[in-house]
Design a binder for this molecule. Sequence first.
Ligand code: PLP
Length: 387
Amino acid sequence: MGSRIYLDYSATTPVDPQVREAMRPYFEGAFGNPSAAHALGREAKATLEQARETVAGLLGTADKDEVVFASSGTEADNLALAGTAFAYQERGRHIITSAVEHAAVLETCTALERGGFSVTYLPVNGHGVLDLEQLRRAIRPDTILVSLMHANNEVGVLFPLADIGAITKERGVLFHTDAVQSFGKVPLDVRHCKIDLLSLSAHKIYGPKGVAALYVRRGVRLQSLLRGGGQERGRRAGTENVPAIVGLAEAARLMFLEMPGEGERMGKLRDRFEAGVLARIEGVRVNAQKGPRLSHTSNLTFEGVEAQTLVVALDLEGIAVSAGSACHVGSLQPSHVLRAMGLSPEHVEGSLRFSLGRFTREEDIDSVLAILPHLVARVRENAPAAR
Ligand code: PLP
């Protein structure tokens, strides 16, 4: 990455060289279609099943048949919500989610509402934390699914999956979690947390873009959204992207190998960054500081600053960060997450996400700390007087 400083790992990550090497044979000689009966096909099939086994093993006690490969975290979320909604609609047409989910969940909910389903959007408090009593009260006789994310992509807050799973299990409703941001970064066991469906995506964990997986507990019915050749046991039609799936499995394996040390290292860097910013710049607040959160995410509000202007100023200095969530095309919409946390429109507009990763070093943090106060001062000076 040269002299550029990349602090946008929650948006995406570079592919790890080891992942790239693991994928290479499947672009070259071993290019078979896993559905083909000949030797090349059988080899691809064996590779695919090996990758499935690896991913299942990293979800705690999942079995490989419970892993469905898909083209993106977005598709995995769509499949989890719409796939179960259509499969269980005779039982009920009510879904519960939260106001701070990723657009892949929220937009699917909106589409389902247009199709006659009803959706309850649970609020969060000022720290981004859910009230589980509200979840309990929201469950109705016609509720079929609760979809609540693990780690928030904008502020990093972690929802308590085991507590949510205990409630959904007791009330007999399905539980989906979008773990795209947390998978590989914090320990997770689908059985322990009583999770029925879980989405994960490779490009957040140093794997390739455009490949993901959905864990679907055995016995959970799912209506496939793609029609075709019946791949993935009829749950997701389309020839599997074998090289990318191999990359996903290898990326996940590496994440779990480094998990304990990396979490701690990143937490220390993040704390150094936040303490440094607070010491050097007035009028800054750390969002979701009190909630349990991912150790690599820091969401900061700079009073009197328009975040987009600061993003551009940082970019000119070779520092990549995001205002809100870069997963949203253009990401110019005011953050629905920060709004749900009760931030004023001015504070929402002045908020930036800094997200650290495998290649972030103390020197990078210190370089950003050295330049940020000047950039913030300049942006503030040039801001309209009304601010
Ligand atoms: N869910 C969350 C929480 C995310 O952060 C993202 C990231 O973009 C997605 C879903 C979508 O994943 P993908 O980019 O693989 O479609």
